[in-house]
Write a protein that binds this ligand. Sequence first.
Ligand code: GLN
Length: 302
Amino acid sequence: MRTTTVARMQSGDILPGLHPGYERNMATIESLLTIADLPDSPTPRLDAELLLAAALNKPRSYLRTWPERELDAAQQAQFSAFMQRRRNGEPVAYILGHQGFWSLDLEVAPHTLIPRPDTELLVETALELLPAGPLAVLDLGTGTGAIALALASERPAWQVTGVDRVEDAVALAERNRQRLTLGNACFLHSHWFSALVEQRYGLILSNPPYIRADDQHLEQGDVRFEPSSALVAGSDGLDDIRAIIRAAPDHLLSGGWLMLEHGFDQAEAVRRLLDAGGFVEVHSRRDLAGLDRISLGRFDRE
Ligand code: GLN
């Protein structure tokens, strides 16, 4: 560990055996990153860098540019408080209060799921399959607004509605929309389609809850801090996906697409539900890890 000794002179403050004043080790950026200890995190170095940059109120690149720079007492205290929270298991995104998704930086809060890179597959697929011209789009269970805002930012001609049954999520998504000044998105309080009686869309997509209630993963890692309302969907994890597939045809324009994220082992079951619901061109697509992560189909109205 590299430290720098700082002697602060204070008159009349002479302790037995010590140099007048007192000495204190001050830590540099580099030394703090070297000793940072996050045994339970899958990404300890990244986490420590993000938390240190936040404690300094600087971008992460600053750490590499100024490895010898020393933190003042307030910055050290802030960093150690952040690290303590992370050691207790709290996700970095909740500590920082924001998270990147697609090209956007989004405010996050504990009442919503933290947007994940896997979910960018829904955005990519929507951009690939649907024309860039005017289109009504619905994002069910929008949380931070991640999917809706990513699509709104890429397709100015699309009109994107995001709904959530958690009112705090709707308010959070709206704050994200305002900060990003995306006038072609809006957010509503609705449990799936409950507040959308007559509306129809050319694209409906969702990252709904899809974890089985007895899944051991719910007791491990970052997910413990996320709301179970955004994660858990009955004994087989498919309760919400079933509800969405059942109701979606009444809200799709003819030929409109329904795209759903699901668990790595649920693709076949979701395709079967889409087939049984009368959807066509049903298929699944793989995420960056090579796992079937979304399934989709379109609904032709005779
Ligand atoms: N992919 C998330 C996870 O496994 C779950 C997200 C969800 O249920 N929609 O942690």
